[in-house]
Design a protein around this ligand. Structure first.
Ligand SMILES: Cc1cc2nc3c(=O)[nH]c(=O)nc-3n(C[C@H](O)[C@H](O)[C@H](O)COP(=O)(O)OP(=O)(O)OC[C@H]3O[C@@H](n4cnc5c(N)ncnc54)[C@H](O)[C@@H]3O)c2cc1C
Length: 340
């Protein structure tokens, strides 16, 4: 296999900027190349990591086996009926660029997910979400290669078992399926989701009374640029912890003890703002060596440059311990640590 690279430096392939070294690395642009890479890994008994943009990964220094960089592209319209359109995107397409293209075509529904880094193929893995929209709401189906059997399998929404920052691909059988393409059910008529307060506030501040999807897209980009560090300048993976879900009873108990508790109703439970919990424990802006908690948003852990996954995981462990001690709530990490 001529495009197999040994000892590939992955610093530029992960948004934390960790200096990880892949024992073997291959970029795949076609299904045939992917099948060849998977066969080679099986032949050598190599573990496989499929890499998109590396924006939801904590990579350790040595990555054994094979890293496959997903670069299968393509965009096509499957069907148009009345006000609906179904589009399919290759897993290696860049998420944000794909959204720009959708907006240009007049295909609406994903504007709230603008500027999330990474690829289309990784988006279903944790059912990406932001500003009141989750991928599953606009999801139609996906096509994946089963690395166990070598077969192609189509997953509909129920098959994916989507949850909050979760799917079967993330928590049930991680690594078994390589996503090849994702189909979305979009609308030809704007159907804006504006219930997120920051979004409504920014539209108002801009004097936009009847927003169009492009306004929502622009405003989401602007808010994200203000709130989150740019990985090109400061290594990070966005939110490092999920917002913990607690029952309504537990929420009321906590609220009695901590009247300023920040939480959002989620069906019959409550989602606690993990950033607020971490900030209350005094972590915001604190660094341990080259890793730290972002000074403007405590939910984001950062690498100042020379940090390592080991240092980051130590810091994360201390954050988890202090939140548990103070609030009795266990934070769960959002990105994938590899190797675990
Ligand atoms: C600044 C910043 C902001 C962010 N904001 C958000 C946000 O608002 N909401 C949100 O949900 N996430 C957010 N994220 C997290 C991240 O961008 C998303 O999870 C994104 O979908 C990851 O895409 P990726 O291509 O970089 O995946 P990677 O990090 O490369 O991979 C993530 C996981 O998916 C697997 N994977 C990747 N591609 C495939 C494939 N084709 N088939 C099978 N498995 C695959 C990998 O093996 C790994 O387990 C943010 C990250 C950053 C750095």
């Amino acid at each position: 296999m001529d495009s197999l690279v040994h000892n590939q430096d992955l610093r530029r392939h992960n948004s934390f900027g960790f200096a990880a070294c892949a024992a073997n690395f291959m970029r795949v642009e076609t299904l045939e190349q992917l099948q060849g890479a998977v066969a080679q890994a099986r032949h050598n008994s190599w573990p496989v990591l499929v890499l998109g943009g590396g924006s939801n990964l904590v990579l350790r220094e040595q990555i054994p086996g094979l890293v496959i960089q997903m670069a299968i592209g393509g965009r096509r319209v499957e069907s148009v009926s009345e006000d609906k359109v179904r589009v399919t995107l290759g897993a290696g397409e860049i998420w944000h660029q794909s959204l720009e293209w959708m907006l240009e075509q007049g295909y609406y529904g994903l504007e709230n997910l603008a500027l999330i880094p990474g690829t289309v193929g990784a988006a279903p893995i944790q059912n990406i979400g932001a500003y009141g929209v989750e991928l599953e709401q606009r999801f139609d189906s996906l096509l994946a290669l089963d690395t166990d059997s070598g077969d192609l399998r189509r997953f509909n929404r129920d098959d994916c078992r989507f949850g909050y920052r979760d799917s079967c691909f993330k928590s049930h059988e991680p690594g078994r399926y390589v996503i090849l393409e994702v189909s979305f059910a979009l609308s030809l008529i704007p159907n804006l989701v504006l219930r997120y307060q920051a979004l409504a506030d920014e539209l108002k501040a801009r004097g936009i009374e009847q927003p169009q999807p492009s306004d929502v897209f622009d405003v989401v980009c602007a808010i994200r640029q203000q709130k989150l560090p740019d990985p090109a300048e400061l290594g990070n993976a966005g939110s490092f912890f999920k917002n913990p879900l607690v029952s309504a009873d537990r929420y009321r108990d906590l609220l009695q003890q901590f009247p300023n508790l920040v939480a959002y109703p989620a069906d019959d439970a409550y989602k606690l703002a993990a950033g607020w919990l971490i900030e209350q424990c005094g972590w915001k802006g604190r660094c341990i060596g080259a890793v730290g908690v972002y000074s403007r948003q405590a939910l984001v852990l950062v690498n100042q440059g020379s940090g390592t996954a080991t240092e980051l995981m130590l810091l994360a462990g201390q954050v988890v311990d202090s939140v548990q001690l103070r609030f009795g709530v266990v934070l769960e990490m959002e990105p994938r640590l590899y190797p675990a």
